[in-house]
Design a protein around this ligand. Structure first.
Ligand code: TMP
Length: 427
């Protein structure tokens, strides 16, 4: 890699922060008694120092602008900082940079406490070496001071990455090359005129510029497990939204199922007409579908650096065929070896619910399929097998799924964020 220290602007470069910034600026105007504005007008506030924006864009005096900044901060620190999302592909890029030994920092004009809070909340913090921005009392620090401080603290061969002329000019003023990105809030003309050494139109182009042919970090493999009726589908949706807001490109797949071929196997397995299917055939079909899903969808997505969320995996076969059908947990695990060829989840979300409760919830939701019509003891055995396979394993995140839905979501996301932090530290 040409550069070994990568300094990222935050707003418009790592995160799409328009909503929080424009709404907080609108709020400040309203508190200053200025009516008739819309949030949209405040897009130009993203990038330059706030005080200057209130003065130049709205023609405020120094004292009025200082008051407006105070109102802005009131709303921003309560809600605005969360009205934000990480651009798609950023986590994969940061992980690849880290894998190749780069040092990474945020170098922002935003007060450093907000930048830190955003980096923590949106899962960026674990891959960063530093977050550098104006400290309290130092609010007028211009971007070149921030970039110079970051370059000094991190050493190496630095480059600045930003979306507005302030980032580019700040970097050039202290002799640091600068890549301008066009997916944020600045234009190509603005960035070239400011002296951008290179331009990236997308996060993908930025990754190519920074990484060249250096190896990319592998993605993260998550699986979800639990008895039928445990609320897995609802929680999967919440999980995927959470990950996408944090910039993950997410491949969602399910088992039985996956690509077209694996979905045909799913139809065979779940068709209530196939009552004569023997247990061994069923076990092989699950494993066959899995072999296809792993090769057609899961591996390619992991090698692109994506997050894979797989609804059920080998643990389901071990629980349902090994325990439920009494084919034996070990035999089923062995039967799946060729299917997965060593692939194991980085984390398994186990939505834990007693089988009776899960089944009664499931049956009240829709007509039972072939498996669900089986006797209660089948589910009892599957549950016990799940318990002995998953509880106490390092990869398992055990979530109490018997709680109200929002509490399950909260616990699941907190456990997942903690695990992603650990995984990021080991990239
Ligand atoms: P789903 O309702 O989560 O899509 O799962 C379909 C059914 O398939 C569910 O009852 C669990 C069962 N199953 C197995 O018995 N073995 C397996 O390996 C998998 C993946 C699912």
């Amino acid at each position: 890699m040409r550069y070994t220290t990568i300094l990222f602007d935050l707003d418009g470069t790592l995160t799409r922060s328009e909503e929080g910034i424009t709404r907080s600026a609108l709020y400040a105007c309203e508190r200053m008694g200025l009516a008739g504005h819309t949030a949209q007008e405040f897009r130009r506030f993203i990038g330059p120092p706030l005080l200057d924006s209130f003065r130049t864009v709205l023609g405020m005096s120094e004292a009025e602008a200082a008051q407006a900044v105070a109102f802005y901060r009131e709303r921003f620190s309560a809600v605005g900082w969360k009205e934000n999302e990480v651009y798609a592909g950023i986590p994969a890029l940061l992980r690849s940079l880290k894998k190749n030994g780069a040092r990474i920092a945020i170098a922002t004009g935003k007060p450093v406490e907000f930048a830190r809070r955003i980096a923590e909340h949106f899962g960026l913090a674990p891959v960063l070496d530093a977050v550098i921005g104006p400290r309290p009392g130092d609010e007028r620090a211009d971007k070149s001071e921030i970039v110079a401080r970051a370059a000094r603290e991190l050493g190496g061969v630095p480059v600045m990455v930003g979306d507005r002329r302030f980032d580019i000019e700040g970097a050039r003023a202290c002799g640091v090359p600068a890549i301008g990105v066009l997916y944020g809030y600045g234009s190509e003309e603005e960035l070239l005129a400011a002296g951008a050494t290179q331009i990236a139109r997308s996060v993908g182009e930025l990754s190519d510029l920074l990484l060249g042919d250096a190896p990319r970090a592998r993605g993260v493999f998550l699986t979800m497990e639990g008895m039928d009726g445990c609320g897995k589908t609802t929680q999967r949706e919440a999980l995927v939204d959470h990950l996408r807001a944090r910039g993950w490109e997410v491949l969602v797949t399910r088992e039985p199922g996956g690509d077209e071929i694996a979905e045909k196997i799913r139809d065979l397995l779940l068709d209530p007409q196939n009552r004569a299917m023997c247990d061994e055939c069923e076990a092989y079909l699950y494993a066959a579908g899995r072999a296809q899903n792993v090769r057609a969808l899961i591996w390619p997505a992991l090698s692109r650096g994506e997050m894979v969320v797989c609804d059920r995996f080998v643990d389901s076969s071990v629980a349902y065929q090994g325990g439920g059908r009494r084919l034996g947990a070990e035999r089923i695990a062995a039967l799946n070896e060729m299917a997965v060829d060593g692939e194991t989840p980085d984390a398994t979300i186990y939505l834990r619910m007693e089988p009776q409760q899960a089944l009664s919830r499931r049956l009240s939701a829709s007509a039972p399929d072939r498996l669900e019509s089986e006797r209660a003891e089948f589910f009892e055995r599957a549950f016990r097998t799940y318990e002995s396979r998953l509880m106490g394993q390092a990869r398992t995140l055990v979530i109490d799924a018997a709680q109200p839905i929002e509490d399950v979501t909260r616990d699941m996301l907190a456990a997942l964020d903690a695990r992603l932090c650990e995984l990021a530290a080991r990239v």
